[in-house]
Design a protein around this ligand. Structure first.
Ligand code: HEC
Length: 196
């Protein structure tokens, strides 16, 4: 029944003028979700692989080398994706004003037991609508070997983190804590399209 009711609409769309019939551009929210999922999956897989192959010290070295590159590689066609945290390890992950405010809201929501799965808002930047999107990242068991109690870290890992990041704030987490978020910004591309 439902499908039949939709048919006339689908048929109609075939005769719409070219502007509306252009290749269907995914909505900004879909592009944001896709970029966040891609980065999360790729980083997670790499992390697991390196942990299994060489343990936390080797994995930390690799992650520290590739995390920013991966984020940059997934940022294209008006989409910027990166990880942010109130207690960042890499200063490149310092949240901007919008991200800071939303991370604080997410932390409060988690404390109330109401952490949303995602958060999105359209803001106006220089007259242009820009989608800001956050996907919360929580701490799991696997994360503790590099974000848990530093006392439990091998000496070599402590040394590496201190040398590479100085006063590391991204430690002392417990399972379930909010670690930060994947942050995506979607800006309209000049041509109005996103096809590579
Ligand atoms: C093998 C060590 C290691 C493990 C395990 C690990 N991380 Fe990290 N994490 C790092 C390093 C190193 C960085 C800094 C990367 C950089 O320089 O961009 C980092 C950065 C981050 C950041 C970006 C914010 C910041 O502090 O700069 C987030 C978010 C994050 N990790 C979440 C997690 C989560 C969630 C897990 C568990 C699924 C996890 N990490 C497991 C080593 C690790």
């Amino acid at each position: 029944m439902r499908t039949r009711a939709l048919l006339p609409l689908a048929a109609l769309s075939l005769f719409l003028p070219p502007l509306a019939a252009e290749s269907p551009e995914p909505a900004p929210i879909e592009r944001a979700r896709f970029a966040a999922a891609e980065l999360t999956t790729e980083l997670g897989a790499r992390l697991k692989r390196e942990l299994e192959a060489g343990g936390p010290v080797a994995a930390a070295r690799v992650c520290s080398g590739v995390a920013q590159l991966m984020a940059a590689a997934h940022s294209r066609d008006g989409v910027t994706v990166r990880r942010v945290s109130e207690r960042f390890r890499n200063p490149a992950d310092l949240p901007d004003a919008w991200e800071s405010a939303r991370l604080a809201e997410l932390r409060a929501a988690l404390e109330r037991g109401e952490l949303p799965d995602e958060l999105a808002e359209t803001v106006i930047e220089e007259g242009t609508p820009v989608l800001r999107y956050l996907k919360p990242i929580r701490v799991g068991e696997l994360c503790l070997s590099c974000h848990g109690d530093p006392e439990s870290f091998p000496e070599e890992l402590r040394r590496f983190l201190a040398e590479r990041y100085g006063a590391d704030r991204a430690v002392g987490y417990r399972v379930g804590d909010l670690r930060g978020a994947v942050s995506v910004t979607v800006r309209p591309t000049p041509a109005g399209g996103s096809a590579p």
